[in-house]
Write a protein that binds this ligand. Structure first.
Ligand code: URA
Length: 244
């Protein structure tokens, strides 16, 4: 069940504000009856009419993209750069990304047209565990790794504890591969955390989002989530997931 103004806005008829006005003005009917309460909730089977015209509801769609680098996590870009929705020309619904990956970060990104689903996944309280693999400059000492695990002070506050593993080191090139699991989703967080301990990121990829991974996909590939996966994600967003 969703709030009536949200359903109207989501169908693309009006902004949320305008939808609220339409409701208050008595121009919206649910199952043939005028509804003037803004809080009214409607389900998939309720018939909504706006100014006498039945609402076409979009089918919800849930997609997983292996985002390449050099692509913006948005639905359009002023500078005409490639955006993540360009990978779905056959999807008629107005999809958008669930959170963001930087232009120069590759990896797993979800897209949907289901606002409630997207919001619940991004809710700071229950943020989903995300696994990143970074190639960094230098070879982090144990103490530096511990700092990341405990949480470090960035300009926007202390980070929550992260699970960190140094997967490999290249002594000759003086680079390392570091895995980081975090639940927050601050802007350029992984890059900033690694920079803060003196190991700037050379390359960054999101390998997992909760239980989802990129197995079987190449960069630029995508697939639909199964109904079971959507259900599992909803459950995680309700109960929270934890860094182990
Ligand atoms: N952290 C970053 O630094 N960049 C991303 O794209 C995602 C997380």
């Amino acid at each position: 069940m969703e709030r009536l103004q949200k359903v109207i806005a989501h169908a693309g008829i009006a902004s949320r504000r305008r939808a609220e006005q339409l409701i208050l003005e008595g121009k919206v009917k649910v199952n043939g009856k005028i509804v003037k309460e803004l809080g009214t909730k409607v389900g998939d089977h309720d018939q909504v009419e706006v100014e006498g015209i039945p609402l076409e509801r979009e089918e919800p769609v849930y997609l997983l993209l292996y985002k390449p680098t050099g692509v913006i996590s948005a639905v359009k870009d002023d500078k005409g750069r490639k955006v993540v929705t360009d990978f779905f020309p056959y999807i008629k619904q107005r999809i958008y990304p669930v959170g963001r990956l930087d232009y120069d970060t590759s990896g797993l990104l979800l897209l949907t047209n289901d606002g409630e689903f997207a919001n619940s996944l991004m809710h700071p309280r229950y943020e989903i565990e995300k696994t990143y693999v970074a190639k960094v400059k230098g070879i982090p000492l144990r103490e530096k790794v511990k700092q990341l695990e405990r949480g470090i002070h960035l300009e926007d506050g202390k980070t929550a504890p992260a699970a960190v593993k140094v997967l490999s080191i290249d002594k000759k090139k003086q680079t390392s591969i570091v895995e980081m699991k975090i639940r927050e989703g601050r802007n350029r967080q992984v890059r900033r955390m690694l920079e803060a301990i003196g190991h700037p990121v050379l390359k960054l990829k999101r390998e997992r989002y909760a239980f989802l991974d990129l197995k079987g996909l190449s960069t630029g590939d995508s697939r639909e989530l199964s109904p079971h996966e959507v259900k599992q994600l909803r459950a995680l967003a309700q109960h929270g997931s934890h860094v182990k």
